[in-house]
Design a protein around this ligand. Structure first.
Ligand code: PA5
Length: 334
């Protein structure tokens, strides 16, 4: 049952390994001229989506070109041959992502595939589409470090932001804070175990640029611990969801994913929300990023929430790795 935990604990090493491999490989396989690319569309589902959001959090406000994230079986109509389409599917067999890949190919959109094999690798070999190959035998969501490194190496070339060095530094920072972050993840998992057992549903709030660890926490609790968990985005949730507290339905336990350098406007909004939660007796856990850069904070947060979700699964007596119903869905769609 601890295979998933080993993957999580190996996160800093796997990031460094991935950066070394894909940093060099991307320069070689990317045959498109960066100046001619107007923007990048990153398309993927589930565990193959999250790295796009992570890198969006990290660099979209500095990138010279727009980065668009797609979690659908279709492509927006404006995506044409002036965009770069990066399709991410760990298995290479996810129907939605394959549809997007083929749609992009039909439109003449330059494509880079990130996959461990499957249909996407086979078609790319046939069509001569550049491909970054992920290591085999890793559960898709545990391939986060490799997918992130591969995608970062492409985005660095296209957007001109030196993201590889930032990630390398972040992985080294995470190695140094590993024990403390592990301890925090385990502590949160214990609290959540008690909450879940007493019938509360986890709800995770995040805000830009820390949306990826917040969304990751929700999806990791779903897939690893097999519990319902939901995600809300601040400050927007304060303008609607906030009305549910004290209402007749729903019993939640709330986690807020936060950066150390919180802007004043965000702090005030979170403070208000905290007051509302307290008044309604809702358990609240704040998780903060570690390290002096945005990359380090984001990576340490992903690590903490990954640990928390896997340990939550183990404490509930659940094997974190299999995702039976998702596998059934894929079989049904074949
Ligand atoms: O983590 C998982 O197992 C899922 O979220 C998958 O990533 C998702 O179903 C998409 O599959 P793939 O990553 O193979 O494209």
């Amino acid at each position: 049952n601890s295979g998933m935990l080993l993957h999580v604990l190996g996160m800093p090493r796997s990031i460094l390994e991935g950066l070394e491999k894909y940093g060099e490989e991307s320069g070689r396989i990317l045959v498109y001229e960066p100046e001619k690319i107007k923007g990048v569309v990153v398309s993927g589902m589930g565990g193959s989506f999250i790295s796009g959001l992570f890198l969006y959090d990290l660099l979209s406000d500095r990138a010279s070109k727009p980065i668009l994230l797609n979690r659908d079986a279709k492509l927006p109509s404006f995506v044409d041959k002036n965009y770069l389409l990066v399709t991410v599917s760990y298995s290479g067999n996810t129907e939605e992502t394959l549809r997007v890949y083929l749609e992009g190919y039909r439109r003449g959109t330059p494509i880079v595939a990130i996959t461990s094999g499957g249909e996407m690798a086979a078609v790319s070999d046939r069509l001569g589409v550049p491909l970054l190959r992920l290591p085999p035998n890793v559960p898709p969501r545990a391939a986060f470090p490799y997918i992130t490194a591969a995608l970062a190496s492409i985005l660095e070339i296209i957007t001109g932001v030196s993201v590889l060095e930032e990630l390398r530094q972040a992985a080294e920072d995470l190695e140094k804070s590993l024990e403390a972050s592990l301890g925090e993840g385990v502590a949160v998992a214990r609290l959540l175990r008690d909450d879940v057992k007493s019938g509360l549903t986890p709800l995770v709030y995040g805000y830009s640029p820390y949306l990826s660890p917040a969304y990751r926490f929700k999806t990791q609790m779903n897939e690893n611990a097999k519990v319902h968990a939901f995600f809300g985005e601040l400050p927007e949730a304060n303008h609607n969801e906030i009305m549910g507290w004290g209402g007749p339905l729903g019993r939640f336990t709330v986690s807020i994913i936060r950066g150390r350098e919180e802007p004043e406007y965000m702090r005030a909004r979170i403070e208000f929300l905290e007051g509302v939660l307290k008044k309604n007796g809702v358990p609240l856990y704040n998780l903060y990023g570690e390290g002096g850069s945005r990359a380090s904070e984001l990576l340490s947060l992903v690590f903490k929430v990954d640990v928390a979700s896997v340990v939550l699964a183990l404490l509930l007596g659940i094997d974190p790795t299999p995702v039976g119903t998702i596998t059934e869905l894929k079989g049904y769609l074949e």
